[in-house]
Design a protein around this ligand. Structure first.
Ligand code: SF4
Length: 189
């Protein structure tokens, strides 16, 4: 693999420093609710695989959260399969790829879903609050909302990246895992 392995204890830290808003939102909701619906489990689960979380660690991580809500037995019975499935260990044994921005932006999250792209799927108030929480200043937030109103969601995400990292991102954001890798490059340089 081209990525360094990531351990569970690092997740909290790298979620804050290097996850794009779509993944940070899912991560926070999982920690808060100890549950995510199918679309969220897929979007976050495949992203974490791309980040370098190994299957055994992924099972430990998801089990620790879900068991607080549904119990260990139900997790092992109903949810562990889909995580092994994401890693190509069940069913057709396809090694599924993490979702691109385009795929995430064109998804249709329903009530109670937390997947999707916040720039596309959040209300303006919620997006404003989420960006503030990431440390983006008010002037930049207005620039970002301007991109959103013109439906330039990936450009909005790129502006967020640049604001949070104090560094330009010339290629633009087109994949959550690219956001992560570019972030780690900036932070480690
Ligand atoms: Fe995630 Fe892409 Fe949306 Fe950024 S533009 S929040 S990386 S889906």
């Amino acid at each position: 693999t081209e990525y360094a392995d990531i351990s569970i204890k690092d997740l909290e830290q790298i979620a804050k420093s290097s996850f794009p808003l779509c993944m940070r939102h899912l991560f926070d909701k999982l920690k808060e609710d100890h549950h995510l619906k199918h679309g969220g489990r897929m979007q976050l689960g495949l992203f974490l695989k791309g980040v370098g979380l190994k299957l055994d660690d992924a099972l430990t991580f998801w089990r620790a959260e879900f068991s607080q809500r549904v119990g260990v037995e139900r997790f092992d019975k109903e949810y562990a399969y889909s995580i092994r499935h994401n890693y190509g260990k069940e069913g057709k044994r396809v090694d599924y790829s993490p979702y691109s921005c385009q795929k995430i932006i064109s998804s249709s999250p329903g009530v109670g879903d937390h997947h999707g792209c916040p720039y596309r799927h959040f209300s303006e108030d919620n997006l404003r609050a989420a960006l503030g929480k990431m440390g983006v200043n008010n002037q930049k937030i207005e620039d970002i909302l301007d991109k959103v109103r013109n439906r330039h969601y990936q450009l909005a995400c790129t502006l967020t990246f640049e604001s949070v990292h104090g560094s330009s991102c010339d290629a633009g954001i087109n994949h959550p895992n690219q956001y992560f890798i570019d972030s780690q490059k900036v932070l480690q340089s």
